[in-house]
Design a protein around this ligand. Structure first.
Ligand code: SAM
Length: 221
C-alpha cells in the first residue's frame, strides 16, 4: 500500500503508548473540557444509529463499539483502519464479537468485496485526514459500496469554522494541526453541509462545542 506523507501523519500518532492514553486524554478530558462535546453525547449517537451488522472506520481504541448498546447479542462487526495498532487494540477490546479487520487507507478506493453493512460509523476520522474537508469526504464515496440501501452512515468530526471554540480549543487545535495530528484548519460546517446535502437527501447535522455530529441514510436510487 503506497501512502503519502500527509496521510501517514494522520494515522502514525496512534502508536501503542498513545492508544493506551487515548481514552483518558481524548474521550475523558479533551471531549469534555476542550472540544466541549462530552463523550456520552457521541455514545448516544452510536446508540441511536448502530445496527447489529456494522462497520466501524477509523477505530482508535474501539471504545464506542465496546460501550454502545448493540441491538442484538449476535452481531457482525467489521473494523477498518489504516493503522495496524488501532486495528489490533480495537479488535482485542471487542473480541467477544469476533470482528473482521480490514486495513485500508479510506482516502483511496476501498477494493473489498464482502457482504454489505446496515450501518457504518466514521467517528473522529475526518479531522485526522489531510486535505480540504470537501476532498476528504470522498471517504463516504469510497465506502458507499459497503453500505446497504437504507443503511445509515454516521459519525462526528472536530471543525475549525462555524463552531464555538474556547481559547483552549483554539490553542490545542493549532498545535495538533502544526504536528499533523489534525488537519482541520480549514474544515467548516458549510463544507460538511454542502457535501452531505449533495450526496444524501436524508441527513442530519448537529453541532456541540467544536464537534459536528452527523448521520445520513443511503436511500435506494
Ligand atoms: C481520532 S482516531 C478515532 C478513533 C475512534 N473512532 C474514536 O472516535 O474515538 C482516528 C482513527 O482514524 C485512523 N485513520 C487515520 N487516517 C486514516 C486513513 N487514511 N484511513 C483509515 N484510517 C485512518 C487512525 O489510525 C485512528 O485509528
Amino acid at each position: 500500500m503506497e501512502i503519502s506523507d500527509e496521510v501517514n501523519r494522520g494515522q502514525e500518532v496512534y502508536s501503542k503508548p498513545i492508544l493506551s492514553i487515548y481514552d483518558l486524554w481524548v474521550l475523558g478530558i479533551s471531549n469534555q473540557f476542550i472540544w466541549k462535546c462530552p463523550t456520552k453525547r457521541l455514545l448516544a449517537h452510536f446508540n441511536n444509529h448502530i445496527s447489529s451488522n456494522h462497520l466501524d472506520i477509523g477505530v482508535g481504541t474501539g471504545y464506542f463499539i465496546d460501550k454502545c448498546n448493540l441491538p442484538t447479542a449476535t452481531c457482525r462487526i467489521g473494523l477498518m483502519d489504516l493503522n495496524q495498532n488501532s486495528l489490533n487494540e480495537a479488535g482485542k477490546r471487542i473480541k467477544r464479537y469476533k470482528p473482521s479487520k480490514y486495513r485500508f487507507n479510506v482516502l483511496d478506493e476501498v477494493k473489498l468485496d464482502i457482504s454489505k453493512f446496515d450501518s457504518i460509523s466514521v467517528n473522529y476520522l475526518f479531522h485526522c485526514l489531510p486535505g480540504k474537508l470537501s476532498d476528504k469526504l470522498v471517504v463516504l464515496d469510497n465506502v458507499d459500496h459497503l453500505l446497504l440501501n437504507n443503511g445509515i452512515i454516521f459519525g462526528s468530526t472536530i471543525l475549525s469554522h462555524g463552531v464555538a471554540k474556547s481559547r483552549a480549543a483554539i490553542k490545542l487545535m493549532s498545535l495538533y494541526n502544526k504536528k499533523g495530528i489534525f488537519c482541520n484548519a480549514e474544515d467548516s460546517i458549510e463544507d460538511l453541509e454542502s457535501y452531505l446535502s449533495n450526496k444524501y437527501s436524508d441527513y442530519k447535522i448537529e453541532v456541540q462545542g467544536c464537534v459536528a455530529i452527523f448521520s445520513a441514510t443511503k436511500l435506494c436510487s
